[in-house]
Design a protein around this ligand. Structure first.
Ligand code: ADP
Length: 546
């Protein structure tokens, strides 16, 4: 048919140009190790264009990977835009990966240049010798006094910016070119690279982040991503604010709960996002603060304990907004935004609904399938199976890896490795990750559900449940519990607390008290480390369903 719309590509440069033109007097705020700094949008966009010029000065080729090893700062944000808007590919390196994983991903992505925050230079430089493709290291000022190595490959960004002209970002181009790459944190095996395109970032920003039925970031917002810019595409919070025209407030190296809470208050932040561990640590810091500007606390990365969300509701009058996603899904796959179908529920039921993972935004198709088959299960909130998703911001393959049916189905869906059910309104309720389910006597026990109940006990700060090998039942649940400071509880008390809440055969065979739940590089409970620690744990001889 003739007379169609313009075939205009969905690329990032026009979004950047629009932000620059419409909002020059707004601000980008960030912390260094010692102070808070702020730029106008006009100053920040000029610097981003000059950083594009720096890439030209360093002769970084088209499509070359530009690594970052950095906190959430204005320069890191500038790289989020300058790199793809000049045809290169941003590779955000997780600063908390093990050294061998870090050198693995730099070498695997073949990073050409790496931009490093000065406070992180020591850690980075120790590994530099093992990075085979990196030609230049560009050091970004974050207020740290770290000495620079005497090496011609090391440059100060400020020196290069002084020499570099601001460059024009292209307008057209191919929307299906790579904009950035992010590796999964590699809880099993080597990390795997997920490549985002201009188009996938564009659609994810519009639908998942900016639409009113999604996260709904808007022009009036001042947003503070606590989620690190190296975790899963910063959950879209490095891109969406420019689509929306929102202001950014970035914590830099000041990641302590009291510093973040102070920043939320002093900068009148309206929206913030992070993993549950962050919000658990922050709960005591909320007292006595004026957080009246805040309208959204977004949480994802692992299941949000109902008690944590209710804790926020009690203290600041706002429950946590729960979202689900993966590095492979850009990452937003579902959002638990308010929907009219649940209007009129009682407090308790409403809190249960808020603990669900939410509804996929337009652009994400979801299904639950019978494990090991392609048979789709009904959305009746009972049938439980593997969650699979597809859509324009869902990975089709991993970088440099042959697609396998372990990760992608023959009919083109991403296998998430998460297990759950969907209700008739499309709202997902995950019970666990496949590998974390406790497999007891041929049945599954949801570690997440047990944890949620344990964490609603007033004496419990954190609880993680793992399966421990059992001669008769294959595995049985062991609960590892961290008590709140000065609180006490016995194993018997905690098991009796669970008794009316779960099936008898779900009750943990044992409860151990630990000082801290080990965390992964992005702050989730590390079940892998817990399993290793308690691999030889002798469970007491109790009969399930006692
Ligand atoms: P990694 O797999 O290394 O942790 P990701 O951050 O990509 O890296 O993790 C994605 C996984 O995190 C999901 O498959 C899921 O198991 C878990 N997850 C993310 N959000 C939630 C949530 N809201 N509730 C439960 N689990 C979640």
């Amino acid at each position: 048919m003739q007379g169609l719309m313009q075939d205009y590509p969905l690329t990032l440069p026009p979004v950047f140009d629009r932000f620059e033109r419409l909002y020059p007097d707004k601000h980008v705020v960030w912390s260094t190790v010692s102070e808070r700094r702020r730029s106008t949008v006009a100053e920040w966009t000029d610097r981003a264009r000059r950083i594009g010029g720096v890439l030209d000065l360093l002769a970084v080729p088209a499509e070359a990977r530009v690594g970052t090893f950095a906190w959430n700062t204005a320069d890191h944000l500038a790289l989020y835009w300058a790199v793809p808007c000049t045809g290169r590919v941003l590779h955000t390196l997780n600063i908390r990966l093990f050294p061998e994983q870090l050198t693995y991903i730099v070498n695997h992505a073949e990073d050409d240049v790496v931009f490093v925050d000065r406070s992180l230079l020591g850690a980075f430089w120790q590994l530099f010798g093992d990075m085979s493709t990196v030609r230049h290291v560009v050091v970004m000022d974050d207020g740290a006094p770290t000495e620079l190595p005497d090496d011609p490959r090391v440059h100060l960004l400020d020196d290069l910016v002084a020499e570099a002209p601001p460059v024009r970002f292209g307008v057209a181009g191919d929307e299906n070119t790579a904009a950035s790459i992010c590796y999964t944190s590699g809880t099993t095996g080597n990390p795997k690279g997920v490549v985002y395109s201009h188009r996938s970032i564009y659609l994810h920003s519009l639908s998942a982040l900016s639409a009113a039925g999604g996260i709904g970031m808007a022009e009036r917002d001042r947003v503070l991503p606590v989620v690190p810019m190296f975790h899963a595409n910063a959950w879209g919070w490095g891109h969406a604010p420019l689509f929306a025209g929102a202001e950014l407030v970035l914590p830099g190296p000041q990641m302590q709960p009291e510093r973040i809470a102070a920043m939320l208050e002093e900068e009148r932040v309206t929206m913030t996002a992070g993993v549950p561990t962050i919000w658990t640590g922050m709960l005591p810091e909320l007292d006595g603060r004026d957080l009246t500007a805040l309208r959204m606390v977004l949480c994802g990365g692992s299941a949000v304990p109902r008690a944590l969300s209710e804790g926020y509701r009690a203290k600041i009058g706002m429950p946590i907004l729960h979202a689900w996603g993966m590095t492979e899904t850009s990452p937003i796959g579902s959002i638990n935004a308010s929907v009219s179908a649940y209007d009129g529920l009682g407090e308790d039921e409403a809190a249960d609904v808020r603990a669900r993972q939410g509804i996929p935004p337009v652009g994400v198709d979801a299904r639950i399938v019978e494990p090991g088959t392609l048979t789709e299960l009904p959305w009746d909130d009972k049938a439980t199976g593997e969650l699979q998703v597809r859509g324009p911001w869902i990975a089709a393959a991993y970088f440099g890896v042959e697609p396998s049916t372990e990760s992608f189905t023959e009919d083109g869906w991403l296998r998430t490795g998460d297990v759950g059910a969907i209700d008739r309104f499309g709202n997902i309720r995950l019970s666990d990750r496949t590998k974390d389910l406790v497999k007891s006597g041929g049945e599954w026990i949801s570690s997440v559900e047990l944890e949620n109940h344990l964490m609603s006990h007033p004496a419990v700060a954190e609880a993680a449940v793992i399966g421990v090998p059992h001669p008769r039942w294959q595995e049985r649940p062991l609960a590892a519990v961290v008590l709140k400071p000065d609180a006490t509880a016995t194993k018997e008390e905690l098991v009796s607390y669970l008794e009316p809440r779960v099936a008898k055969w779900w009750l943990p065979d044992d409860v151990v008290f630990i000082d801290e739940v080990p965390k992964t590089s992005v702050g989730k409970f590390s079940k892998k480390d817990l399993r290793a620690r308690f691999a030889d744990h002798q469970l007491p001889d109790v009969t399930p369903g006692r």
